[in-house]
Design a protein around this ligand. Structure first.
Ligand SMILES: [Zn+2]
Ligand SMILES: [Zn+2]
Length: 361
């Protein structure tokens, strides 16, 4: 045998031996890797401090009521400087916030767009995480239009037993009873202007505005400005003149989107299966949501710098469905656009025109 062949044989044998050893020791190896990962995840008590000054937007839920592996219930995290605000708390919100390496204990306030179940069903866990991770002395301030007290009272009541368990087990120093749950800050939309200013500080402005999600009233979207950067969250709405008005010149528009064509497939499928209730619902939801093309037209007319779709209906389990979902949205809107997914992260540095679209690393 030639010398080169012998060397190659030895290398293969050694590699096979190394692989066998690694397999044999896979338990200790994975524990060591896990310990390193835990260090990465837990070492940063204040993840907001590591971010550049500006406005940051994270999708802690880009989906809808549909079961979707890539997109859980609606939730948008907004970091304004060093302050963390959450808009809607769909199921998975608390877990996604942790997965995105944000500290739920740093949530300053939560804002609801409306009270459809998919926008509120993660509230209990979100409030619990925020309470327990910061030793909160005050309940979470929760802003929302009329109906807020009823929703919040329900969640506070449902979690009251758990509150007792946590304080009994961990002690009042870790789980102080006074900090549990949420405190309602309901607001009314001004009938004349169609909006309500909720936060008006030199560097931070948060405005709620009425959108078109009838028969659900009220339903609102939000406009947020931090220093010279801004975004609009549409909330659930059909094509809305209010969104178009509020989105004028903003850096980022986070707009809900529904594909009638793909939803039609589900309606047909449910109908053929004899599941008439679901078929009817697939049909009914068409009239209070926005298509990607409609949202693109709003973004183009308003001159927004970037567009991201959330509240994606229906789920898009195959990437080949994305062009079908978008239709002509990419031609209608000239700027960068993206179909949002859980973990997407947008950075708008202060004093700059840049909009970085990526993932929370
Ligand atoms: Zn919804
Ligand atoms: Zn809705």
């Amino acid at each position: 045998m030639q010398r080169a062949a012998k060397v190659a044989l030895w290398i293969v044998a050694l590699l096979a031996l190394a692989a066998a050893l690694a397999w044999w020791q896979r338990g200790p190896i994975t524990v060591a890797l896990m310990a390193r990962q835990v260090q990465v995840l837990t070492a940063v008590a204040d993840p907001l401090a590591a971010l550049p000054d500006g406005l940051h937007v994270g999708l802690c839920g880009a989906g809808s009521p549909f079961p979707d592996e890539l997109r859980s219930g609606p939730c948008t995290a907004v970091v304004a400087g060093r302050r963390l605000f959450i808009f809607d708390s769909g199921s998975g919100a608390g877990r996604n916030i942790a997965r995105m390496r944000l500290n739920a204990g740093q949530i300053e306030a939560l804002f609801f767009t409306h009270y459809h179940s998919d926008h509120i069903d993660g509230l209990g866990e979100l409030m619990l995480q925020r309470w327990i991770q910061r030793t909160a002395q005050q309940p979470l301030p929760v802003y929302g239009p009329a109906g807020l007290e009823q929703v919040l009272q329900g969640f506070n009541d449902a979690y009251a037993l758990d509150k007792g368990y946590r304080t009994a087990h961990h002690g009042a120093a870790v789980a102080p009873p006074a900090g549990f749950g949420g405190q309602a800050r309901p607001f009314e939309i001004d009938a004349a202007s169609g909006r309500r200013v909720l936060v008006a500080e030199p560097d931070l402005e948060i405005v709620a505005f009425a959108v078109d999600h009838g028969p659900i009233h009220p339903a609102v979207g939000y406009r947020i400005r931090y220093k010279d950067r801004s975004l609009v969250i549409s909330g659930d709405t059909s094509k809305s003149a209010a969104v178009a008005r509020e989105a004028q010149g903003v850096d980022l528009l986070v707009h809900e989107a529904l594909s009638p064509q793909l939803l039609g497939l589900l309606e047909q499928g449910f109908s053929q299966a004899g599941r008439q209730n679901l078929a009817q619902i697939m049909h009914d939801v068409l009239n209070y949501h926005t298509t990607p093309e409609e949202a693109a037209a709003i973004a183009q007319a308003a001159g927004v710098k970037a567009l991201v779709f959330n509240h994606i209906v229906p789920p898009l389990p195959l990437s080949g469905l994305e062009p079908v979902f978008l239709q002509r949205a990419g031609q209608i809107y000239a700027g960068p656009l993206r179909i949002g997914a859980d973990g997407d992260w947008f950075t708008l540095p202060a004093g700059s025109a840049a909009v970085a679209m990526g993932r929370r690393p």
